[in-house]
Design a protein around this ligand. Structure first.
Ligand code: ADP
Ligand code: MG
Length: 701
């Protein structure tokens, strides 16, 4: 039976039920899936040599057999040194060593045939040639010559294993499929292929798996061969097409045309307690223009922590309110919702609007009452948590939705909410500045406004690193600040497994600080396990200045705004992610006074050190986000799936921002001005069929 793209992998020779299950776990089910499973690295094994011809210093592949093997004893075997001697038909001897090599001991028993790849060194002590930690592939005896030739004597693709299906098996499967593969349909618009001189899709796939001899391996490992370039471009192209189509579709819905009358402008001025920065003025204009436009606004407002996004959002709210529409503001936590509520209430009241706070901890009766008032339009401005987007919450005429800290909600909920009314304007605020490249991908369907200027008078926050035994130094700084009339935070990490544990740590520290270190001042406690009323009381007491020191878990990470707090001690700072540390630090330095962030660490690994150094060195949120992304990888940066961040197959946002930019431009051109209606329809079909499944984000048509 000839293979087609839809053929199940179990039809392939060598794929039985066990392997099929492991492949399936990696979402590899069909021939097409396999063809799109690309190597992550390439090795040049064209230099295959008999042992006797090896010279120190060269990179070589050696096909040989284990002669002797030993794991030298340490009490803990996993830490042992594994050494094996190899020989081949040339009669030479080659030594290889693996530190922590216990895992090799079962695989490399005398008589096993292997291909070793690595750098040849000379062990002068023993007078032997050796390789340290060579790449090792077991050669099974039962494959024929041509198949064995796949794995040595050429540039070899290296795949991520799927369970026990290792790189070598995948390589053989892909090779077999490519031999019988029909010509693949080319979906990229012909004009793009021609203009960029791309190879055909068939050729691109073939050469990405098995590059032609002589291709420089460096180019392959940079993913810049023509074949790879095309596939990366193609992946971004369809993603960006999908986003662009979606963006246009959202924009084409009938929306609200808000009027920007003089009265509206007057009211906005009355709202402001201070003179806006240039950046705030600029983004407000962008937002206001967008709101005055008949199509629905879908805009991201980003700016570093403390840059003053909240007031801009409030100004946008005034536009909607003055036009007679309701406004909903969503926050990720009750504390943050309450914080917004208390800071916006006095401002909005000045203009005659009474906001309402709707959170999960209200009684059923209270909630019911609020719902009834919302649906008849008696509540102009509702602030809340996810309780606000429950199905049974209805508005009379919702005009603007403000979503704070978007990434914490997950992208999909945004649409759940947007569907509540005909088409309200949506303003998403994020305090985690997103590197531009990433923003283009995950928020590609949003327009972006950026506040890139801090309110005047802000001083740089002095950030210092202390080890655990220096914690007293941190606390004496706290004491100095409190003596000067300021306030302090002491923060504890929530350990993933156990919020209870973090609560205990915070509670114990609260005890310790309150009775031993600062017996003369009020020390408050705030953590996730308190009831809403208790949380509110703790926050209130800190805000009014009665509590001088607030011991807290990360519940204070976002939004909390107490300008009189000038010092933050972060305990076990190594447990926090970089963006999180930056968010936390943003809680101080909100007034005019010099502020401090004191990072106390216990056990510091390599990336931990890097994170702390970055924190000490810079205060630029964009730079920090970029570094965070580098240290963690795009997947984790946003908490993977729920962020809607697409899992790309060959493209890599960090490595390929240039190709992303080019693909985005081409995609926009294509959607704006497709060669023909039929071409466009075909593209939409293709995106639906091939991309929607993976990128829930891209809902087209
Ligand atoms: P973000 O939400 O961007 O982290 P906020 O909106 O909470 O920042 O603002 C941080 C602090 O700066 C608040 O105390 C706010 O009142 C103050 N602020 C904002 N804009 C200005 C401005 N233009 N001038 C002075 N203070 C400002
Ligand atoms: Mg904020």
């Amino acid at each position: 039976m000839p293979l087609t793209l839809d053929t199940d992998l179990t039809y392939l020779k060598g794929v039985g039920p066990a392997r099929a299950a492991m492949l399936r776990a990696k979402q590899l089910e069909t021939i097409e899936d396999l063809l799109n499973y690309f190597p992550f690295r390439y090795e040049d094994r064209s230099n295959t040599k008999p042992i006797r011809q090896l010279a120190p210093g060269e990179l070589a592949t050696v096909v040989c057999e284990v002669k002797t093997a030993k794991l030298s004893g340490m009490r803990r075997k996993a830490l042992g040194l594994f050494e094996a001697e190899f020989t081949d038909s040339s009669g030479g001897l080659l030594l290889a060593k693996w530190f922590h090599g216990a895992y090799m001991a079962d695989r490399l028993t005398p008589g096993t045939r292997v291909a070793l790849f690595g750098k040849i060194e000379f062990d002068s002590y023993r007078g032997e040639l050796q390789m340290m930690h060579p790449e090792t592939e077991l050669l099974t005896g039962d494959e024929d010559e041509s198949e064995a030739a796949l794995h040595t004597g050429r540039i070899v693709p290296v795949y991520e294993a799927a369970g026990k299906v290792n790189s070598r098996v995948i390589r053989a499967l892909v090779h077999r499929v490519l031999e019988d593969m029909p010509t693949l349909e080319d979906h990229l618009p012909e004009s793009v292929v021609r203009q960029l001189r791309f190879p055909s899709r068939t050729e691109a796939i073939r050469y990405t798996h098995f590059p032609p001899p002589g291709t420089p391996v460096k180019i392959l490992n940079d993913f810049r061969s023509q074949a790879q370039f095309r596939l990366i471009f193609e992946e971004f192209f369809w993603l960006e097409c999908g986003l662009e189509i979606k963006r246009r579709k959202a924009r084409s819905l009938p929306g609200i045309t808000f009027q920007l009358t003089d009265r509206v402008r007057e009211q906005i001025k009355r709202l402001l307690p201070f003179k806006p920065t240039g950046a705030q003025k600029r983004v407000l204009k962008e937002i206001a223009d967008d709101m005055a436009h008949p199509s629905p606004m879908h805009r991201l407002l980003q700016g570093d922590v403390g840059s003053g996004k909240t007031i801009v959002a409030a100004e946008a709210a005034v536009i909607a309110l003055e036009n007679g529409y309701q406004v909903a503001m969503l926050a990720p936590t009750e504390i943050l919702a309450a914080q917004h509520y208390y800071s916006l209430k006095p401002l909005l009241r000045k203009l005659g609007y009474e906001p309402v706070l709707l959170t999960g901890s209200l009684s059923a009766k209270e909630k019911q009452k609020i719902k009834e008032m919302l649906v008849v339009g008696m509540i102009p401005f509702a602030i809340g948590t996810h309780a606000l987007i429950e199905k049974d919450v209805e508005f009379r005429n919702l005009g603007l939705v403000i979503i704070d800290e978007q990434h914490r909600f997950g992208v999909m909920q945004r649409f759940g909410l947007a569907q509540k009314a005909a088409a309200p304007d949506v303003l998403v605020m994020t305090a985690t500045p997103i590197p531009r490249t990433l923003a283009m991908t995950i928020y590609g369907d949003l327009d972006v406004s950026t506040i890139d200027e801090m309110p005047p008078g802000r001083k740089t926050i002095i950030t210092k690193h202390y080890t655990g035994d220096q914690v007293e130094l941190a606390f004496s700084q706290v004491k100095r600040e409190i003596d000067d009339g300021a306030q302090a935070y002491v923060v504890y990490p929530v350990i993933e497994e156990s919020e209870t544990q973090a609560m205990k740590a915070a509670t114990a520290m609260h005890q310790h600080l309150a009775s031993d270190v600062f017996p003369d001042v009020e020390v408050g406690l705030l953590h996730g396990k308190l009831s809403s009323a208790e949380k509110e009381a703790a926050m209130d007491s800190f805000k009014t200045g009665r509590t001088k020191i607030l011991v807290a878990t990360t519940v204070i990470e976002v939004g909390v705004d107490v300008p009189n707090a000038t010092v933050m001690v972060i305990e076990q700072a190594e447990r926090f992610g970089l963006s999180q540390l930056h968010q936390l630090r943003g809680r101080v330095g909100r007034g005019g006074a010099q502020s401090y962030c004191l990072l106390v660490t216990e056990k510091l690994g390599d990336t931990g050190k890097e994170r702390i150094r970055t924190m000490v060195d810079t205060q630029d949120g964009f730079e920090i986000a970029e570094m965070d992304l580098k240290l963690r990888g795009p997947g984790e940066f946003f908490g993977t799936k729920q962020s809607g961040l697409p899992s790309l197959r060959i493209a890599n946002i960090l490595r390929d921002p240039d190709i992303l930019g080019a693909a985005k431009d081409e995609a926009r051109l294509f959607v704006e001005n497709p060669p023909s209606a039929a071409d466009f329809a075909k593209a939409v079909e293709y995106i639906k069929g091939h991309w929607q499944r993976r990128y829930a984000l891209v809902q087209v048509g």
